[in-house]
Design a protein around this ligand. Sequence first.
Ligand code: GTP
Ligand code: MG
Length: 136
Amino acid sequence: IERTLVLVKPDGVQRGLTGTILSRIEAKGYRLAELKQVAASRELLEKHYEEHVGKPFYEPLVEFMLSGPLVAAVFEGHRVIEGFRSVAGTTDPTTAAPGTIRGDFGRDWGVKVQQNLVHGSDSPESAEREIGIWFA
Ligand code: GTP
Ligand code: MG
């Protein structure tokens, strides 16, 4: 069975959208296999975002992810990686389609990094790598 790592980022937790976000994923039919709230360490986030080292939004992204608690979850089901990314919407919340998490609840707040509520793994390899980081 395919698995994916989902994070409700600090903006989603702070705005009280954790339950709404998780329930949309469950309602699509995926199974919630693991769930916890965490205050991530810089070390953990540097591993999680190693592919983005050197990009202009890297440091603001890590700072944003350190700004408050986040919720880490594992969902499972056939094609859950693709399915979650469809439920989440595109990266930029300003233009993400209505009906998606980012499209319905996200916007541009005029800060350095896109605060787009959720993260989802982008391939089976990154899902297994990320689940190992967050649920060691
Ligand atoms: P995730 O599901 O969080 O991984 O989003 P993604 O796969 O849609 O985006 P990606 O992995 O490319 O980037 C990780 C995160 O960095 C995004 O979710 C945004 O928060 C932020 N980000 C990505 N691209 C940009 C960008 O061009 N500008 C800014 N300001 N932030 C970005
Ligand atoms: Mg990504």
